[in-house]
Design a protein around this ligand. Structure first.
Ligand code: URA
Length: 245
C-alpha cells in the first residue's frame, strides 16, 4: 500500500466513523518489516478488512438498509426509502443529494422535474455525441436515501449515517467514474467545503475512482442559470467520453 492508498484507506474508515487509527508498523514500501495496519476503536482492536466488503452487492446493501430504516430522523417523514436505480454494473454512477417529493412517493431517484432534466441531459448528450448510452445504462443514487423535510439540505449526521451505504454502493459497482451532482454530493465524496463553481471542470478522486463535480439539476432549472447549464453539459460530455470512448 503506497502513501496515497493509505491516505484513502484511512479516509474511508474515517467516513465510516472510525476515529482512532494507529499504524502498527511502517508500510511495506519503506523496506522495513511490516504488519497489517490496525484500527483501534475504544472497545477493541481490529485488523482493517479490504476496502471492498467481501461479496458486497446492491441487493445485500438494500437488505442491510432494511425495509424500515430508522437510523436517523429522516425516517420520520419519509414515505419510501430511495436506494438507487439503473444498471448494477454501470460504468458511470451519478450521485445526487437526497430524494424530493416525487422520489419519496415513487421510491426511485431523480423522477421529478430535476430528474427529467437529468434524463434529458444524459440521453441528449449521448445522442448528440453518437454514443449508444441511455439513462438506464448508468446508475443513479443519492447521498441520503430518505427525503429531508421541505427538501432541506441533509445535516452532517444524516449524511454520515447514510453515507456508509452510498460508499458501499460505489464499492460494489466500482464504476469507471462518478458524477457528483451538486455540492452535497461533492462534500460527501470529496470531504470538501468548496462549492461546485470551484470544483467543476477538474477531475477529483473518490478512492481510486475519478470524480467529476457538476451543478445539481434543480439548480439548473432556475431560469437565470443558463451559463451553469452550458457548463453542466460540458461536464457531462467530459465524463461520458472518459467512460465510454
Ligand atoms: N434531487 C436529488 O438530489 N435527488 C433526487 O433523487 C431527486 C432530486
Amino acid at each position: 500500500m503506497n502513501r496515497d492508498e493509505l491516505r484513502q484507506a484511512l479516509q474511508f474508515y474515517r467516513d465510516l466513523g472510525v476515529t482512532d487509527v494507529y499504524l502498527a508498523e511502517a508500510p511495506k514500501e519503506t523496506g522495513r518489516e511490516s504488519t497489517p495496519i490496525k484500527v483501534i476503536s475504544p472497545q477493541e482492536e481490529v485488523v482493517l478488512p479490504g476496502l471492498e466488503p467481501e461479496g458486497d452487492t446492491l441487493e445485500k446493501i438494500q437488505e442491510d438498509i432494511g425495509p424500515d430504516c430508522r437510523r436517523c430522523r429522516l425516517c420520520e417523514q419519509r414515505s419510501k426509502i430511495v436506494i438507487g436505480s439503473g444498471n448494477p454494473h454501470a460504468r458511470l454512477v451519478f450521485v445526487g443529494e437526497g430524494p424530493g417529493a416525487d422520489e419519496d412517493a415513487q421510491g426511485l431517484p431523480f423522477v421529478g422535474r430535476a430528474g427529467q432534466l437529468l434524463t434529458q441531459m444524459i440521453d441528449g448528450t449521448t445522442a448528440k455525441e453518437g454514443m449508444p448510452i441511455h439513462r438506464a445504462d448508468v446508475y443513479i443514487c443519492n447521498v441520503v436515501k430518505c427525503r429531508p423535510p421541505e427538501n432541506r439540505t441533509p445535516l452532517p449526521d444524516e449524511m454520515e449515517t447514510c453515507g456508509q451505504f452510498l460508499f458501499r454502493q460505489l464499492m460494489a459497482i466500482r464504476p469507471k467514474a462518478i458524477c457528483a451532482l451538486g455540492s452535497t454530493a461533492a462534500k460527501a465524496l470529496l470531504n470538501t467545503k468548496d462549492g461546485v463553481t470551484r470544483l467543476r471542470g477538474h477531475w477529483h478522486k473518490w478512492h481510486d475512482i475519478p470524480v467529476i463535480v457538476t451543478y445539481h439539476p434543480s439548480y439548473l432549472l432556475r431560469p437565470y442559470n443558463q451559463d451553469a447549464k452550458r457548463q453542466a453539459w460540458e461536464d457531462l460530455k467530459k465524463v461520458l467520453h472518459y467512460v465510454y470512448d
